[in-house]
Design a protein around this ligand. Structure first.
Ligand code: AHG
Ligand code: MN
Ligand code: MN
Length: 335
């Protein structure tokens, strides 16, 4: 059992031994993400002051023009990872194409690529509700020392080396996995240090919360409609509670702690759903499986889907194992 007052820095060093032949490169990369998280946290915390310090598109008192927070978060993460020469490529939900990073130092021929959703749940910023950042790390496929190609990013989720999220909530947390369980760290903003607060996080096997945007109900597939009616029926431990923040990170985080299911299905208007396989679903699916949960598109395991394009979308059912099983049964006409 992990001691709770350990810092993220200590934890990263101690757990480096889990990786055979580790060169410390992944540890350095997670350290860089930790730093970027603190920078973005600072910006997110200032969001409510935007009317005082200057709104989007205006110039602030320092003469800097204000940017939308998702653009800013994107820049901060890319800058931090690029400056530290820690990855060979980055793909971001905010960028049309991937970025290839050529290290100046030939001794630093990095082998990892990072994919990010720099600001998830961005519609919540203006109303002071939790948002997040999602990251996903892969080992490149093409040879080290050459420029990265699309192939390095279009890997199935099972190839992920690490994944995690930062939740900018009532407190700021960094939650991540390297394939050895899921651990959560809470930021002490006074001293800028993350502490291990949630060791070995696990989804309860089942739960009583369902999270879906029911405003889209009429457009949902019949299986999802039936599952929602099942959740609402008075029977056994039901009806369940409906909770939907509109920020995947926050909905996932709550469901992992309390037990629940998150659903973003396809609909008659969005044939593949809305969420992005590479920046949102794969990292969350890796975390879910590492925390004894499950992630599916209603029919297939998310982590086994072979991506075809960077910004590919996919229907998403994720959470407590028994709840995802049940929703799949409805989708497949077996319920
Ligand atoms: P992003 O802010 O990165 O575009 O992601 C928003 C995503 C996800 O976090 C959230 O659960 C979902 O979109 C909400 O979509 P709806 O408003 O359609 O429910
Ligand atoms: Mn998102
Ligand atoms: Mn986003």
């Amino acid at each position: 059992m992990q001691r709770k007052n350990k810092t993220l820095g200590e934890f990263i060093i101690e757990n480096q031994v889990e990786f055979q032949y580790s060169t410390g490169e992944l540890s350095k990369l997670i350290n860089a993400i930790r730093l970027a998280a603190k920078v973005v946290n600072h910006e997110v915390n200032k969001a409510g002051l935007i009317d005082i310090l200057g709104g989007v598109g205006e110039t602030n008192v320092q003469g800097e023009s204000q940017q939308k927070l998702d653009v800013l978060a994107n820049e901060k993460f890319i800058q931090t990872l690029t400056n530290r020469e820690i990855v060979c490529g980055i793909a971001s939900e905010e960028e049309e194409d991937f970025i290839s990073i050529n290290s100046q130092d030939e001794n630093h021929q990095n082998k990892y690529v990072v994919l990010i959703d720099p600001l998830d749940g961005s519609s919540n910023i203006d109303v002071n509700v939790s948002v997040g950042t999602i990251f996903s790390i892969y080992r490149r496929i093409t040879p080290i020392g050459t420029p990265v190609t699309l192939e390095d990013f279009l890997q199935p989720g099972i190839n992920q080396v690490a994944a995690g999220y930062i939740i900018y909530g009532t407190s700021t947390m960094l939650v991540y996995t390297t394939g050895h369980g899921v651990n959560g760290f809470t930021l002490n903003p006074a001293i800028g240090t993350f502490y291990l607060s949630h060791p070995n996080m696990q989804f309860p096997e089942t739960g009583k919360i369902y999270s879906v945007n029911e405003g889209n109900y009429t457009h949902f597939p019949q299986g999802v409609k039936d599952y929602i009616k099942y959740c609402q029926r008075e029977e056994g431990d039901r009806p369940y509670t409906s909770r939907y923040i509109g920020s995947l990170v926050s909905d996932f985080h709550r469901n992992m702690i309390k037990g629940g299911i998150y659903i973003y299905p396809k609909s008659s208007v969005n044939s593949d759903g809305k969420l992005r396989l590479l920046y949102e679903c794969n990292p969350m699916a890796f975390l879910a499986e590492q925390a004894n949960g499950k992630a599916s598109d209603g029919f297939r395991r998310i982590l086994e889907i072979q991506p075809k394009e960077l910004h590919q979308r996919v229907p998403f059912f994720c959470g407590s194992r028994k709840m995802v099983d049940k929703a799949e049964n409805f989708m497949q006409g077996k319920a």
